[in-house]
Write a protein that binds this ligand. Structure first.
Ligand code: S6P
Ligand code: ZN
Length: 191
């Protein structure tokens, strides 16, 4: 563990932009078409409208060492693929015993969580919501509003990210538009 200097980052609540991002990740529809429940709708959207930005992450660069506390913003653009709202890929932490805190900065979203033993939870997030992702819970965020949904995340550096389990199995709960409203439904692909 090395000493390093303290620093501050300015965060734009509306856009999620950091004053000096150490990295920026953009996830487009083409990166995650197979993660949408209606994959045919995703492929049709790509063919008819071309690719689109689904979400962007801006974070500070920190050493990958135990005790470091990485933090970043995520901005999910509004929109749907078929009936399903724009969302992040979602992941378990590679070290399942590491939790995380999400803080809503602007817009309106859902935080979809599940455990490997079959429990599920979906909580609402708005500006000012501090949501806790306990150890062992996979997490995905969904923009259910008409404007950008932006939140701030804080986790432990050695948590790591396991995307493969969700890519293979999906989430048990989906957030779809039903009668114009965000509605949580069971994922028909998971019995
Ligand atoms: C990191 C934390 C978030 C997500 C971000 C993008 O542990 O949960 O910063 O990385 O919201 O989601 P995803 O699923 O593509 O990493
Ligand atoms: Zn995480």
């Amino acid at each position: 563990m090395r000493y390093m200097n303290p620093f501050v980052t300015e965060v734009d609540f509306a856009s999620g932009e950091l004053s000096a991002p150490g990295y920026v990740i953009q996830r487009k529809l083409s990166d995650m078409a197979s993660m949408y429940a209606d994959e045919a709708a995703a492929r049709r959207t790509l063919a008819d409208e071309g690719d689109r930005l689904i979400y962007e992450v801006q974070g500070v660069e920190l050493p990958d060492e135990e005790g470091q506390i990485p933090h970043c913003t995520t901005r999910i653009l509004p929109g749907r693929i078929g009936d399903e709202y724009h969302m992040t890929k979602g992941h378990y932490h590679a070290r399942r015993e590491q939790g995380e805190v999400y803080f809503g900065l602007s817009g309106r979203g859902c935080l979809v969580m599940q455990t490997e033993t079959g429990e599920t939870s979906v909580v609402q997030m708005v500006a000012g919501s501090a949501a806790y992702v306990p150890p062992f819970w996979a997490h995905r965020t969904v923009n259910v509003g008409d404007e950008d949904f932006v939140f701030f995340s804080v986790w432990e550096a050695r948590a790591g990210h396991d995307y493969g389990t969700i890519e293979r199995d999906g989430f048990r709960k989906l957030v779809l538009m039903r009668d114009g409203q965000p509605t949580v439904v069971d994922n028909p692909r998971i019995s």
